[in-house]
Design a protein around this ligand. Structure first.
Ligand SMILES: [Zn+2]
Length: 189
């Protein structure tokens, strides 16, 4: 599957989700059996840990379809980058979607500032560039979109595996925004 075909599949699945028409395929015992020997997920999703944003549901996918990496604020840190590198190098996945979402708590916390303790401070530091690149009066959701865009660039700049795969045209990265109310995923580029 090309990355364009993968993207089309995600869009079709999201339309079913939005319309309450989930087909829920590939979630049964025969699918489990078929995956014991290996996996070939067609998309990597770098999404937030938020309980309301579940990629497998939002794109109406089953087992073995999505390689999902979730971390608050969908940031590119060492662990999330390494996970994505694995999927590209060893599973042959050709599409990366950086999925931000409406009213993200991590982005809200980063914009609010203050001391959130060592670990959360480290994580929120990855969102700071998106705040700096946004207008002073930007809404949280505007910063969320900027964060998804900059994270896409970050993945390329901080990983030679991802950079090589993208530059060769083999892999594509898109940023996207999930609407909590409608369930719709807007692709931003
Ligand atoms: Zn979030």
């Amino acid at each position: 599957m090309t990355h364009q075909e993968s993207l089309n599949r995600l869009k079709e699945g999201n339309s079913r989700f939005v319309e309450d028409l989930l087909d829920g395929k590939l979630q049964n015992s025969s699918r489990r059996d078929s995956l014991i020997s290996g996996q070939e997920p067609y998309a990597i999703i770098l999404g937030c840990a938020d309980s309301r944003v579940v990629p497998e549901l939002a794109f109406d996918t089953g087992l073995g379809e999505l390689f999902t990496v979730r971390v608050a604020g969908n940031v590119a840190n060492t662990s999330s980058i390494a996970s994505i590198e694995y999927a590209i190098a060893h599973l042959g996945t050709k599409l990366i979607v950086v999925l931000g979402h409406q009213s993200c708590g991590a982005v809200t916390a980063a914009v609010s500032g203050g001391d959130n303790g060592y670990n959360l401070n480290q994580l929120l530091g990855h969102i700071t560039p998106a705040i700096a690149a946004s207008n002073k009066d930007a809404s949280i959701n505007e910063v969320v979109k900027k964060n998804a865009e900059l994270t896409s660039i970050d993945l390329i700049n901080r990983s030679s595996i991802i950079k090589t795969a993208v530059n060769s045209g083999e892999v594509n990265i898109v940023s996207a925004y999930y609407n909590l109310d409608s369930g719709k995923v807007d692709f931003l580029n």
